[in-house]
Write a protein that binds this ligand. Structure first.
Ligand code: NAD
Length: 478
């Protein structure tokens, strides 16, 4: 078994702490490798390296920084299969999706590299004769990136690419569930000749390594992707230093299915939303509102589609639709919500409980009807292959229920009526709305949640500028 190290100042270095974290394959329960349970001293060393590297890195022309991102992307494309297998092994993702994640990561690095020649400041009109006012976009300095486990490889790039192209350096903490792919990422980075200290990776727990990053005054921005609870803890930890936070948190995406919807499309998109990554995706449909006149037809078809999905160990059988849940705690949370819904009067039309599979955290594809707005399963993030269905009478009711949530990340509506679609655009209060298509954001969009789903956002121009701070310079006429 391999025992991996942190990646600090361009080298793999042993942690100063003695403890290790075992990484488990959620499909089998077997241990894959270990990573350090890193200490405060390891975080200090990584932040010092990032700080020392930043001034040189930030002074390079952006196009040179972009070349470094492209070099990493090229290395990733040469290693798609081993990277995809590492992701599938530690996260339980099916290989097809893991390959998509790896390819998307390389594309994302290239996409952010394209911004090098497009980072723009402004020249402002002055109130004074002959004065010139410039607004520059400057790097923030050292970024702290804290990652979840559900798209672990892509999320490295979602932090690294905008941070580096805008002249920042970074310290990343991967999830302790999925650190192996991050080690492989560092292997590739080391081959590209990136200056030491520009990218640093420290493994460990949220309560120690995550907190050390969140409280380090040398870090200019903490970019977290994770749960609402962690976002809240990080905001509190960042508060004494007034450190900027950028938070991509949980979701509870509503899908509204109108009576005039293309039923086959709506069923397929909602099913895919629950099956992809075993339902562990922040932007995917987590609750369905279906108009009463088509509710029976929709539920029958969705139930049949969910029943037909196959799950299992993605490395043992490449043809499965989804793999296990990430761990025992994830399994328990899903199962408790399903049992609670049934106890509160919902009906299972399929699934509800553990699926067969030696050692793995497999949950059956599950559909619940007769759900009501006040039920926990409609209000809490499920993060599993489970879809609760609520019936509504008119669009006003559907929009009101969709908006009635602590979360505000993504939403969707299925209708052939343009007026209904446009009304939904105006009245649905979420950062993203998908009309007649599956929930999957584009890298040139802006993935940003409302309410408890986050602060700030990722991707596109707006996500890029999140990693900059403005500097306004007034030049008086001499
Ligand atoms: P999590 O919040 O448990 O952990 C995320 C990261 O934060 C991990 O690296 C963890 O170690 C660290 N962490 C935990 N407690 C911390 C603390 N007190 N201080 C500092 N760091 C701490 O989330 P998870 O279970 O890894 O991921 C699932 C969650 O992520 C879901 O809620 C999902 O919706 C969300 N998510 C959101 C997006 C998005 O783009 N909005 C994308 C993917 C996942």
């Amino acid at each position: 078994m391999q025992h991996y190290h942190n990646f600090i100042n361009g080298k793999f270095v042993p942690s100063s702490g003695a403890d290790r974290i075992e990484v488990t394959n959620p499909s089998t329960g077997q241990t894959i490798c270990t990573v350090p349970d890193s200490s405060q001293a390891d975080v200090d060393a990584a932040v010092s390296a990032a700080e020392a590297a930043q001034s040189g890195w930030g002074k390079r022309p952006a196009i040179e920084r972009a070349k470094a991102l492209r070099a990493i992307a090229a290395r990733i494309r040469e290693h798609v299969e081993p990277l995809a297998r590492a992701i599938a092994e530690e996260q339980g993702k099916v290989l097809g999706l893991a390959r998509v994640e790896v390819a998307f990561t390389a594309d994302y690095l290239d996409y952010m590299a394209e911004w090098a020649r497009r980072i723009e400041g402004e020249i402002l009109e002055s109130d004074r004769p002959g004065e010139t006012i410039f607004l520059f976009r400057q790097p923030i300095g050292v970024i702290g990136g804290i990652l979840p486990w559900n798209f672990p490889f892509f999320l490295i790039a979602r932090k690294v690419a905008p941070a580096l192209v805008t002249g920042n350096t970074i310290v990343i903490k991967p999830s302790k569930e999925t650190p192996h792919n991050a080690v492989k990422f560092c292997d590739l980075v080391a081959e590209t000749g990136l200056p030491p200290g520009v990218i640093n990776i420290v493994h460990g727990r949220g309560s120690s390594v995550g907190m050390a990053i969140a409280t380090d005054p040398r870090i200019g921005m903490i970019s977290l992707t994770g749960s609402v609870e962690t976002g809240s803890a990080i905001m509190a930890a960042a508060a004494p230093n007034i450190t900027k936070v950028s938070l991509e948190l949980g979701g509870k995406a509503p899908a509204i299915v109108m009576a005039d919807a293309d039923m086959a499309l709506a069923v397929e998109a909602v099913k895919a939303s629950r099956v992809i990554n075993s339902g562990q995706v922040c932007n995917c449909a987590e609750r369905v509102y279906v108009q009463r006149s088509v509710a029976d037809e929709f539920v029958d078809k969705l139930t049949a589609a969910m029943k037909a999905t196959r799950f299992g160990d993605p490395l043992a059988d490449e043809s499965v639709d989804y793999g296990p849940l990430i761990n025992q705690a994830g399994f328990r949370k899903v199962d408790t919500l399903v049992r609670g819904a049934v106890a509160a009067g919902a009906t299972l039309t399929t699934g509800g409980g553990r699926g067969p599979g030696e050692g793995g955290y497999y949950y059956q594809p599950t559909v619940l009807t007769g759900c009501r707005q006040e039920m926990e399963i409609i209000r809490c993030e499920i993060f599993g292959p489970v879809i609760p269905v609520v019936t509504f009478d008119d669009l006003d009711e559907a929009i009101a229920w969709a908006n009635d949530s602590d979360f505000g990340l993504t939403s969707s509506i299925y209708t052939r009526d343009l007026d209904v679609a446009l009304r939904a655009c105006r009245e649905i209060r979420f950062g993203e709305t998908y009309i007649n298509r599956e929930n999957f954001e584009a890298m040139q969009g802006f993935h940003a949640g409302w309410r408890k789903s986050g602060i700030g956002g990722a991707d596109g121009k707006h996500g890029l500028y999140e990693f900059t701070q403005t500097h306004v310079v007034y030049i008086a006429r001499s």
